[in-house]
Design a protein. Structure first.
Length: 269
């Protein structure tokens, strides 16, 4: 999207006022979706790439992380007030995911994007079909491990998914929720709340690379963060009020959207 009248405000990447308003709406919607079950990147990042602030995709990626980390942190705060977060298991998982995200960012150029997208597409189809065929999955808590084993499984899974988030990113929220529901035995609501804690860590890990490189447009990022927070608080409250069955429906919708998005990318090369 080309603009004719650019804002001269520092840290906004010379975008127009109309483009800024468009990005604010996208950030608010992304925050709401992301707070419920993850997948806000399907909305916010493509919008930033379309506007292309700063003239380089890397500015869009870095600025997206600023908005996402603030919005996700707001969702965590809302969840923690209205739904129980088991911090003793969530924090080790988040720490492992943070380390994984840093490692993934370091290897970001080592794997061809087409290969990775193909693997992720197959995995998402499997996740979606498995969840759809098991309507009882994630409705209630069904613990499958001892306490120590549960923390170990969550930390290992967090490290792997965190590495993937640093490397690429699409579907990270869906994979986190599915890991916690399908393998650990959480209900969807608790899984979504825990996934937000982990997402804060993976976003911070990625920012460790973007900030020193000077690729963050701080003015734009902070405005979008405010919009993302507004949507995130609304989405988290809606998820708590509607419960695990609602989160499951949103989860399946996001997985389908991810499959369509990645499938389209694969088709057009």
């Amino acid at each position: 999207m080309r603009v004719t009248t650019a804002l001269d405000w520092p840290g906004f990447g010379q975008i127009s006022l109309a483009a800024l308003l468009f990005l604010c709406l996208a950030a608010a919607l992304a925050g709401a979706v992301d707070a419920v079950v993850g997948g806000g990147g399907l909305i916010q990042l493509p919008a930033l790439l379309l506007i292309a602030p700063g003239g380089q995709p890397l500015y869009a990626l870095a600025t997206n992380k600023v908005a996402s980390v603030v919005g996700t942190a707001a969702a965590v705060r809302t969840y923690s007030r209205q739904a129980a977060i088991d911090w003793s298991s969530a924090l080790p998982m988040a720490a492992a995911a943070f380390a994984g995200a840093v490692g993934g960012a370091a290897f970001a150029g080592a794997l061809a994007p087409g290969v990775l997208n193909g693997v992720v597409l197959v995995a998402l189809v499997g996740v979606g079909l498995y969840t759809w065929r098991k309507p009882e999955l994630g409705v209630a808590e069904t613990p499958r491990f001892t306490r120590f084993a549960q923390i170990a499984v969550m930390a290992l899974g967090g490290a792997v998914i965190g590495f993937y988030d640093g490397l690429a990113g699409p579907g990270t929220g869906a994979f986190l929720v599915f890991l916690l529901v399908g393998l650990v035995g959480f209900a969807f609501l608790r899984a979504s709340a825990t996934a937000k804690v982990v997402n804060v860590a993976t976003n911070l890990g990625a920012l460790l690379y973007f900030i020193p490189a000077g690729k963050v447009l701080w003015g734009l990022g902070l405005v979008l963060a405010l919009c993302n927070v507004t949507g995130a608080v609304f989405g988290a409250r809606l998820a708590v009020r509607r419960g695990s069955a609602f989160v499951r429906r949103v989860f399946l919708t996001v997985v389908v959207a991810l499959v369509v998005s990645l499938g389209w990318k694969a088709a057009i090369g």
